[in-house]
Ligand binder design. Structure first.
Ligand SMILES: Nc1nc2c(c(=O)[nH]1)N[C@H]1C(S)=C(S)[C@@H](COP(=O)(O)O)O[C@H]1N2
Ligand SMILES: [Mo]
Length: 428
């Protein structure tokens, strides 16, 4: 016991003296450098220690402190004609860990976020079921509940980058993603309650899911997936879903494109065919080089991005110790490894995963390294437990051509300049 304690204090001292050397050595880095003036923040009693502060209940439901006011969702106004049918982006460059707070998790609406009270909520299950049913919100809460962390990525995430580097910030290139802990019921429980004998051997059976908003965002999902890990969720990160994420209940379709995660879910029809709705024909399909479009590209392939440094999070500390960090995910399983390159993919170093990857959830990676002030072409490359390796942009284009929008999981490059400034560039 005491040995361990000793070791800890030893290594702490080593770290602190290391930091002192750095701040004295690297002048650009040091704000609290060893100058001649005493640091008043240390030697003088500060205003906040001279009076009493906010009592409990000052803010019954807390928001981030004003100094973090920049950590917000942002949209790109020229991308869409109005904000009703539009998207904004998670500030992934400013977050850490893996859980996305609901308040800054990207929103994507086709006809605006509706205001739906629990008492007005109904979920119908009809079609090839033994007993068509309608559940109220209170009914949903009486089915066995589950908790799972999953990412939700819009298929259009990184879509603007197909032809070349376009948007200057990880928030804009990769921010159509969020990762939350969902509480809800397995869709399987609801389907079984309605009874599936009508659907026979379940071969080639589908569900068609609609939302209560004007767009309804109808999507067909194969029954195998519906009975596997799909959830009807009503809580995210412990609290009720926010209005914009589908209050009071949404579909959670682990690993599959965000468009299938129907919000304000109101109806599920069991069918013997897919509907081929707008959302799965003219949209959310991938046009190949020969003009023919792929459909049913549901799973989100393994992908990663360095969130810092990145254009909105340049290096401000000068040369010396540097943490490179980012996110990796796969809709087909768990992230097993992430490599980082600082020379545009010539050499790779394996990053440290903050925690072992879990299926269909974000994984945080860190590369604890040193920056000597050199320019970098920073990249990350994810691998998942199917053995899949995230492709370069040219590998992706060989298969997919240049007509695609959706499902761009190519390797992203940031150029880091000698002043620490960062820009979106393409190394294909
Ligand atoms: N009912 C309904 N569900 C919907 C949508 C919608 O417009 N209406 N948008 C879809 C799309 S395209 C995506 S990417 C996700 C986004 O979920 P979020 O707004 O919670 O981020 O919801 C999906 N579910
Ligand atoms: Mo989407």
């Amino acid at each position: 016991m005491s040995d361990t304690k000793h070791e800890i204090s030893q290594s702490r001292r080593a770290f602190l003296s290391g930091a002192a050397v750095t701040s004295a050595g690297a002048l650009v880095a040091g704000q609290a450098t060893a100058g001649t003036e005493p640091d008043k923040l240390i030697t003088e009693i500060q205003p906040w220690a001279q009076e009493l502060a906010d009592g409990v209940d000052t803010i019954p439901y807390g928001l981030p402190i004003e100094y973090e006011a920049d950590v917000i969702r942002r949209n790109v106004p020229w991308l869409t004609a109005d904000t009703i049918s539009s998207v904004n982006f998670t500030p992934i460059h400013a977050l850490d860990g893996t859980i996305t707070p609901q308040g800054c998790a990207f929103e994507r609406h086709h006809s605006g976020a509706i205001d739906l009270k629990k008492e007005n909520y109904r979920l119908m299950i009809n079609g090839l079921v033994d007993t068509p049913m309608v559940f109220t919100y209170a009914d949903l809460e009486r089915f066995p509940r589950e908790n799972h962390v999953y990412f939700c990525e819009c298929a259009a995430n990184t879509g603007m980058e197909w032809a070349g580097a376009q948007l200057n910030g990880a928030q804009f290139t990769h921010g159509m993603i969020h990762n939350m802990e969902y509480s809800g019921v397995a869709l399987r429980s609801l389907l079984n309650e309605a009874g599936l004998s009508e659907a026979g051997d379940l071969k080639d059976k589908w569900i068609f899911v609609e939302g209560a908003d004007a767009s309804s965002n109808g999507r067909s999902i194969p029954i195998e997936k519906a009975l596997d890990d799909v959830m009807v969720a009503f809580k995210a990160n412990g609290e009720a879903l926010r209005k914009e994420h589908g209050y009071p209940a949404r579909l959670v379709v682990p690993g599959w494109e965000g468009n299938m995660w129907v919000k304000w879910i109101r109806r599920i029809e069991v069918m013997d065919h897919a509907v081929e709705s707008r959302e799965e024909t003219s949209k959310y399909t991938d046009t190949l080089e020969n003009g023919i479009s792929r459909k049913w590209t549901w799973a989100m392939d393994a992908k990663s991005v360095v969130t810092s440094p990145s254009p909105q999070a340049p290096i401000r500390h000068g040369i010396g110790p540097m943490v490179i960090t980012g996110l990796a995910w796969s809709g087909r399983g768990s992230i097993t490894r992430v490599d980082v390159s600082i020379d545009g993919g010539k050499n790779w170093e394996t990053a440290r995963l903050a925690k072992p990857g879990t299926p269909m959830a974000l994984t945080r990676f860190y590369l604890d390294t040193t920056w000597n002030g050199e320019e970098m072409l920073l990249q990350s490359r994810a691998m998942d437990d199917t053995g899949y390796v995230q492709p370069t942009k040219s590998q992706l284009r060989e298969v997919r051509g240049l007509n695609s929008i959706y499902h761009n999981n190519g390797i992203q490059t940031w150029h880091v300049g000698s002043e620490g400034e960062v820009e979106n560039v393409e190394v294909s």
